[in-house]
Design a protein around this ligand. Structure first.
Ligand code: NAD
Length: 513
């Protein structure tokens, strides 16, 4: 990693000799046990952070509560100005932060930069939004009355994030939450803690320059036990959690039990339907990038191709052919397409999924396996695999967070393909490749894809921040990022004001005294 300027990047991000892991902004707390972060790229130690103790957690939450009282009183466009400055800092630090994402998480450098670009984009979006947190005026049924709706800041937003987007998910939440007047406490993935410290350093600088108090941006570190401190805490009205369905099931129930709100962004099982009129020039890069990009570790990664029988052989051969061109190796080297999986546990999950698919009758078209030898010493580099399978296989129904692509055939009308596409428990992203207008519209209709994201002639992965992002069913139902996703970070209040001299009741009810 030295060859790729990692040392310099760590220095620019303030990550040399980190010995802490809990922060309310510019203040850091020493904390408990150490978490070491090893790069999946070369197995080297990047750094260590400490976990958050119960005592430190209390300090974080009380500081955040105090900060909220100041921050919510600041006019929203002024909060937008803070987010604008934060976006500018990210522009300055895009290179080192993108490199760190690539080095700690293992995604390609281009995707690392792309992730930081998403942070910048959401900041820009949020700055505009800071002047548009509009409520409605609503006609009242009573004479001399007005009704309106207002949006007020909600309080502390607890953010729990996954390893695979170690910086962008935080920014999607914080950029909106901050303009909404909320304060944020972030528990990052224990698999990418250095990214969290880097982000906190960046925002802390901005807050300090603006003389803002501690507690507007806080981070805590550790595994699910530290996450649970937040999910059980009634002082946190909203928990935004990104990760596996297994995690979301627990977090959703815990937060609901105390009547908190949760925004859940969970696993996907995303498919592309390839119809007889699909254009192979679009299908091949869309499907291959979707399946192997980020080494199959995107929530929107393409897991299944549902191909019409009339074009099956042609599409299969083209995709298998394209897999031969894939270069696997150090993701910091821009000549490589695919980097490593996050850790060896993930490698084992990948290997066992391939075995399960075979045991259920899957036909392996492109063999998987772990790469060994020079450059692959971390033991986390695997070969993207392609398996012909049935949608009903237990393993196909499950999200394996690795580059395994299942191919399946459909016959007859597009409705048959849509039934297969919808025939899984998850509902995040979906796509159809077609030049037939009726097929595309059916796919997008109420009777079409049941996913939160449905695309035509582009793949399943890679969303823009302007739209609301999230999915249905076991994906959790939450929406983040663009459109009106900001509303979840605020509380809605309906006001009725009487400017008459009478007191008419609603629904014409009479109550004469
Ligand atoms: P994970 O579920 O193992 O962990 C996610 C986070 O949840 C971590 O910070 C973890 O410490 C925390 N956590 C786990 N159990 C918890 C509990 N009981 N209480 C509180 N916190 C808890 O997921 P991962 O392996 O880091 O990420 C991969 C998963 O994330 C995949 O399923 C992927 O599809 C999903 N994902 C979804 C989206 C989306 O927007 N829908 C985006 C990225 C990743």
């Amino acid at each position: 990693a030295k060859d790729f300027g990692m040392d310099e990047a760590l220095k620019q991000l303030g990550l040399k000799d980190v010995n802490h892991g809990t922060s309310t902004g510019n203040k850091w707390f020493k904390g408990g046990e150490e978490i070491a972060s090893y790069s999946p790229v070369d197995g080297a130690l990047i750094g260590k952070v400490t976990t958050t103790t119960k005592e430190d957690y209390e300090k974080v939450i009380t500081t955040a509560q105090d900060a909220f009282l100041t921050f919510r009183a600041m006019p929203a466009p002024q909060r937008g100005e803070i987010v604008r400055q934060f976006g500018n800092k990210l522009r300055e630090l895009k290179e080192p932060l993108g490199k760190l994402v690539s080095y700690e998480m293992g995604k390609s450098l281009q995707e690392g930069y792309g992730e930081v670009q998403e942070m910048i984009d959401i900041c820009d979006f949020a700055v505009g939004l800071s002047r548009q947190l509009n409520g409605q005026t609503i006609p009242s049924e009573r004479a001399g009355h007005v009704m309106r709706e207002q949006w007020h800041s909600i309080g502390i937003v607890g953010i729990i994030s996954a390893f695979n987007f170690p910086v962008a998910v935080w920014a999607w939440n914080t950029a909106l939450a901050w303009v909404c007047g909320d304060v944020c406490v972030w528990k990052a993935s224990e698999k990418a803690p250095m990214c969290a410290v880097a982000c906190q350093n960046i925002i802390a600088g901005v807050l300090k320059e603006n003389n803002l108090p501690e507690g507007i941006s806080a981070i805590i570190n550790g595994d699910y036990k530290v996450g649970e401190m937040m999910t059980k805490d009634t002082r946190i009205p909203l928990i935004s959690a990104t990760g596996s369905t297994r995690m979301g099931r627990i977090v959703g129930a815990t937060v609901a039990e105390r009547f908190g709100k949760s925004l859940l962004e969970l696993g996907g099982n995303n498919a592309i339907i390839i119809t007889p009129t699909a254009d192979l020039k679009v299908v091949v890069p869309g499907a291959v990038f979707g399946a192997v990009g980020t080494c199959g570790q995107r929530c929107t990664s393409t897991r299944r191709l549902i191909i019409h029988e009339s074009v099956y052989d042609k599409v299969r051969d083209a995709i298998v052919g394209a897999y031969k061109q894939i270069v696997i190796g150090n993701p910091l080297d821009e000549n490589n397409h695919v980097g490593p999986l996050i850790d060896k546990e993930s490698v084992n999950t990948y290997l066992s999924a391939i075995e399960k698919a075979k045991a259920e009758g899957g036909n392996v078209l492109v063999e998987g396996g772990v790469l060994e030898g020079k450059g692959y010493e971390s033991g986390c580099y695997v070969k993207p695999a392609i398996i012909e399978a049935e949608n009903s296989f237990a393993i196909v129904q499950h999200e394996t967070f690795a580059p395994i692509l299942y191919l399946m055939k459909y016959s007859g009308d597009v409705e048959n393909a849509i039934a297969v596409q919808n025939g899984v428990a998850q509902g995040l992203s979906s796509a159809i490749m077609t030049n037939e207008m009726k097929e595309a519209e059916k796919f997008l209709s109420f009777a079409g894809s049941d996913c939160g994201i449905a695309n035509v002639n582009i793949g399943t992965s890679g969303a823009e921040i302007g739209g609301a992002f999230g999915g249905e069913k076991e994906t959790g139902g939450g929406r983040e990022s663009g459109s009106d996703a900001w509303k979840v970070y605020m509380r809605r209040q309906t006001n009725t004001v009487n400017y008459s001299d009478e007191l008419p009741l609603a629904q014409g009810i009479k109550f004469d005294l």
